[in-house]
Design a protein around this ligand. Structure first.
Ligand code: FAD
Ligand code: FSA
Length: 437
């Protein structure tokens, strides 16, 4: 049956990409769209349910065609943050510093940042140039060996959780139905005659649909054999609370991102600074009859070794905060493809199934919230331009015999993909429920 605006469309996952997809379907006039999510919005396990995310347009590849497509997709997303009245209030153009210290780190930095293409960049080579990025001794660390670039504007951060909730509310206003909790928790896809005809939820209900779009982030592999194309991989987040006086002092600092150590932002509206230690990620490898796979699990703590790395980053940059207790900590899962491209395509063997997956690609996928849904709907409408489709299509060939330990161009920590089975000690930070509207 040809797709029309009255076709029933079922989206699995109301995280970053599922919400964006719902919004773009509604904006294109689709009238029968349902989104299922296992958690109330914003989902406690969505990678996008976070106080802030980096909005950064840099590169991740050296291939000409990938650079071109990356620029195109990046511009679409950035235009959404700057011009779409829905998203504009959540973007903060604070500028961003991207830095590294070692030779391989600096070589990677040269891939990620191309000064020739951005007149807005200032090179930073000395510690005092980093310290001078914020007023009043906020960045009073040694910055030993740091080199990098400061984009004074055109990069920054977004208030992620609020932007996600705003997008969901707008989709709902335009007629999309969101079903969450047990009623929205998908147990399985409905496979019929080599096709996918919807999903079955934990309450036993059958949701049949003309088109099913899988946007379940790191959990997508629970429902479909991705033939090693997705690797659930986790990163680590912690917060430190500032006093009311300190909040004013730290306000408006640029995002500081050392690609070998981690990154942090100006305080969130609650007066907390979020810090992530950068590393090639953690897997949770489990043996299955057809081989090992990484399986996501939830935890609002981080490994002690991550705490040590976060404190080391603070000691180099803002030593005055390095020994403060964490007010929040969490592991956060993404899905990495074998080449860090997105995986957005109609499934070749299940014609009514569309995949909106692989969001750890191209740097990482939150920054595409305003626009990625448009590409997913293009995939459903079979009109993704060939030069993009070539890069983001279902392509198990490139994942065959996948090296699950591939760092995919990431640095930090021990410079290797870690596994949670190796972690002995975790932090013991007070629990906070992040699943609230
Ligand atoms: P998610 O947002 O995780 O959504 C998946 C959804 O599926 C969830 O809502 C979940 O509840 C739902 N789901 C799961 N199982 C089921 C089920 N059984 N039934 C129904 N629903 C289900 N990107 C940036 O651009 N900038 C950054 O600064 C940045 N920082 C990051 C920091 C960390 C620590 C991490 C982990 C990621 C970061 N990212 C960043 C990446 C970005 O957050 C992700 O790429 C993006 O949010 C992924 O979107 P998604 O929709 O694929 O997955
Ligand atoms: O380039 C970016 O926009 C950084 S996204 C933040 C991050 O934590 C990565 O640094 C990490 O490597 C992973 O992709 C999850 O997202």
């Amino acid at each position: 049956m040809p797709i029309s605006q009255t076709s029933s469309v079922l989206i699995i996952g109301a995280g970053t990409w599922g919400t964006s997809t719902a919004l773009h379907l509604a904006r294109r006039g689709y009238k029968n769209v349902t989104v299922l999510d296992a958690y109330p919005i914003p989902s406690a396990i969505s990678a996008g349910n976070d106080v802030n995310k980096v909005i950064f347009s840099g590169q991740y590849s050296t291939q000409k065609d990938e650079i071109e497509v990356n620029e195109m997709l990046g511009q679409e997303a950035f235009s959404g943050w700057c011009n779409d009245p829905l998203f504009k209030p959540y973007y903060h153009d604070t500028g961003l510093v991207m830095a590294a210290c070692t030779k391989p780190g600096l070589e990677r930095l040269a891939v990620r940042i191309r000064p020739d293409s951005n007149a807005n960049l200032v090179e930073l080579t000395k510690p005092e140039e980093f310290r001078n990025l914020a007023p009043r001794g906020v960045l009073r660390g040694d910055f030993t060996g740091w080199k990098g670039f400061h984009a004074r504007s055109g990069e920054g951060w977004a208030n992620a959780r609020d932007a996600l909730v705003a997008a969901a509310r707008e989709a709902e206003r335009l007629g999309v139905r969101f079903v969450t909790g047990t009623q929205g928790k998908v147990d399985a896809l409905i496979f019929e005659k080599n096709d996918v005809k919807g999903a079955i939820t934990a309450d036993g209900r059958t949701w049949r649909a003309d088109q099913t779009i899988l946007c379940a982030g790191a959990n997508a592999g629970k429902f479909l054999d991705f033939k090693q194309q997705l690797r659930p991989t986790a990163w680590t987040i912690a917060h430190i609370a500032l006093s009311p006086e300190e909040r004013a002092l730290y306000k408006n600092i640029p995002v500081i991102f050392n690609i070998e150590k981690g990154f942090f932002f100006e305080p969130d509206p609650e007066g907390e600074i979020k810090i992530c230690d950068e590393h090639p990620g953690y897997t949770n490898m489990v043996e299955f009859p057809d081989g090992p796979r990484s399986v996501p699990f939830e935890k609002t703590q981080v490994p002690k070794e991550s705490e040590t790395r976060i404190r080391a980053l603070l000691r180099e940059t803002m030593p005055q905060l390095a020994d403060r207790p964490f007010s929040f900590a969490r592991i956060c899962w993404c899905a990495d493809t074998a080449n860090r491209e997105f995986l957005i395509d109609r499934h070749p063997e299940h014609p009514s199934l569309v995949l909106g997956c692989g969001a750890s690609g191209r740097g990482a996928g939150f920054k595409y919230l305003p626009s990625i849904g448009s590409l997913v709907v293009d995939a459903m409408e079979d009109k993704v331009p060939e030069k993009i489709h070539r890069l983001i299509k279902w392509n198990p060939g490139i994942a065959a015999n996948r090296n699950w330990k591939d760092t995919l161009g990431r640095f930090g920590g021990p410079n290797r993909v870690m596994d949670f089975h190796e972690v002995k000690d975790w932090t013991n930070v007070k629990y906070r429920d992040i699943s609230k509207l």
